[in-house]
Design a binder for this molecule. Structure first.
Ligand SMILES: [Zn+2]
Length: 546
């Protein structure tokens, strides 16, 4: 579609829709006109065109038929609306939280005469309102108990009975009017429910201010009992943070964030450290259609998960800086009523806890992938361990050349994605610059040509058939191209030996090692492919075709 005209220059949210008005993507903007406009810019300048660094955007822009924009008052409102709309529409091109019964939600039964709260493990389409997910049932329960105490909204698994002789125990203890004993009208109760919803939606700043004002008034009127009750309510809001700072102690409370990303699956791990102690962690799986960066993933996770929490520590330690970092910090601080800092630590225990979170995210992701059908992840994991790689080698390429018979020498590369051959990514090369039977120089030429092709992604692992010399020429080819894969190895035959850069001796793998089997499969495939191409060339030549 054409770039829409008359876009507002205000902060807000934009929705991209397809021909059936289905929402494909939701995003927020400080300035809708320039942000939305950037999607339509086709230039090569990365600062103005989103398409250059993110090829999926071109794919998405090919199907969108309509852009809707919603103007709001400020960027924080845009942030909240973005999260709400993503939750509502589950757009195809946004990063999505995967459905997992491990996460508690708070359910508010809106259709009953006296609505009630409940902590549940799943959202259903029963007309009730759901808030969450929460990181733990502890934090969901904490929020519910607070709401019951402050607003008298009941926490129950069944509809509240009415016409009871006496108020329920909680109302007696907390001095609230009990709907079960007909002490409060449905209208008055509904007002309490509305404030409860505001609290759950994260509009906590006003609530805190309201309690503070009422507390002051009560003190002025010398209603000390009421003032005391209100003070307890405030304490409940600050429950965790107020008990977090141990006076005179350097032992801090913070959350450390780690991630693992592979293909369209990813995991964010939040490690909770309180008073210097590791008290627990949560793994949160996400899915996405397109490749995503660590920063994008963390931003999405913080917005989706932290907006519902009542137990956020004053510091969230991040592995990388993210977009809207200051804005998210301001927003969380406002809704919690105390300062929450998002920071990338440079050294010390926070860095260690981030490393731990990364490691745990990786192992959670691997165990999730092992359960995925159709992809040979167990071999990839074996390979990752065998070669001590930092990440799963999702994209593996291999090179081989064929010059038997001395005429028409050729080279080829093959590509395996998630352990499966991807024939669209195979490439064939006629040797152009090498005279005679010089295998090494031919490898170098093919490698240089492969890596000079900037339109193709770089492999996580690049394999050359052979030993240390082949490896050396491969590196020379890479150097000339100026672009490098994450890892390069040479694989020698009979017995299978793996040569790593900077190591004289090859490494051997235990018999039946899944990682080694996969490498062998890739080497055999590139060998088969290059021989086939060579034969085809020689046939053509003998038939007199160029
Ligand atoms: Zn009650």
């Amino acid at each position: 579609m054409e770039k829409p005209k008359n876009l507002p220059r205000d902060p807000g949210v934009y929705l991209f829709k397809d021909e059936h008005e289905k929402v494909l993507y939701v995003g927020k903007a400080k300035n809708l006109k320039s942000r939305v406009g950037s999607y339509f810019s086709k230039g090569d300048d990365p600062s103005t065109s989103l398409r250059v660094n993110r090829p999926w955007i071109a794919v998405m822009m090919g199907v969108i038929q309509e852009v809707e924009t919603i103007v709001v008052n400020n960027e924080i409102e845009a942030l909240i609306l973005e999260a709400t709309l993503i939750n509502e529409h589950q757009p195809k091109f946004n990063i999505k939280l995967m459905d997992d019964k491990a996460y508690p939600f708070i359910k508010l039964t809106t259709k009953e005469r006296f609505p009630r709260l409940q902590v549940v493990r799943q959202r259903t389409k029963d007309g009730a309102q759901y808030f969450g997910p929460y990181l733990s049932s502890w934090s969901a329960n904490l929020a519910c108990q607070f709401l019951r105490r402050v607003y008298g909204v009941h926490l129950a698994s069944k509809p509240l009975p009415t016409g009871q002789d006496r108020p329920c125990l909680n109302c007696q203890l907390e001095g609230n009017s009990c709907p079960m004993a007909d002490q409060i009208s449905p209208e008055a109760y509904a007002k309490q429910v509305n404030t409860t919803v505001e609290f759950l939606e994260g509009k906590r700043k006003n609530i805190i201010r309201d309690i503070e004002q009422r507390m002051q008034q009560a003190a002025e009127n010398e209603s000390f009992e009421l003032a005391g009750k209100l003070r307890d309510q405030l304490k409940a809001v600050w429950h965790v943070t107020s008990s977090q700072k141990v006076v005179g102690s350097t032992q801090e409370s913070f959350d450390a964030i780690g991630t693992a990303i592979t293909g369209n699956r990813s995991v964010v791990t939040v490690v909770h450290v309180r008073n210097g102690e590791f008290i627990g962690q949560k793994n949160i799986p996400f899915s996405s259609l397109q490749p995503i960066t660590q920063a994008e993933l963390i931003r999405q996770c913080l917005i989706e998960i932290y907006r519902y929490l009542v137990d956020i520590p004053p510091l969230v330690a991040l592995p990388v800086t993210i977009e809207d970092q200051g804005l998210i910090s301001t927003w969380l601080s406002q809704q919690q009523g105390y300062r929450i800092e998002l920071r990338v630590p440079e050294r010390g225990e926070k860095v260690d806890f981030i490393a731990l979170a990364n490691k745990n995210a990786q192992s959670k992701l691997e165990s999730m992938l092992l359960k995925t059908e159709g992809t040979d992840f167990s071999s990839l994991i074996g390979l990752k361990e065998l070669l001590c790689l930092a990440e799963l080698p999702e994209r593996i390429e291999a090179v081989d050349i064929s010059n038997l018979g001395t005429s028409e020498p050729v080279g080829a590369t093959v590509c395996f994605i998630n352990g499966q051959p991807d024939k669209n990514e195979y490439r064939r090369y006629k040797i152009k610059t090498v005279e005679g039977q010089n295998d090494f120089a031919m490898i170098q030429e093919v490698v240089t040509r492969r890596f000079s092709d900037t339109s193709r992604p770089l492999p996580d692992l690049f394999v050359v058939d052979g030993g240390p010399e082949q490896l050396r020429y491969t590196f020379e080819g890479i150097r000339l191209a100026g672009r490098s894969p994450k890892m390069v190895i040479a694989l020698a035959k009979k017995p299978d030996r793996i040569y790593l850069p900077g190591r004289k001796k090859p490494i051997t793998a235990p018999r039946g090692s899944k990682g080694l089997l996969m490498l062998g499969r890739i080497r055999d495939e590139v060998h088969r492919y290059v021989i086939g191409f060579h034969r085809q060339r020689q046939r053509k030549k003998s038939l007199g075709k160029p």
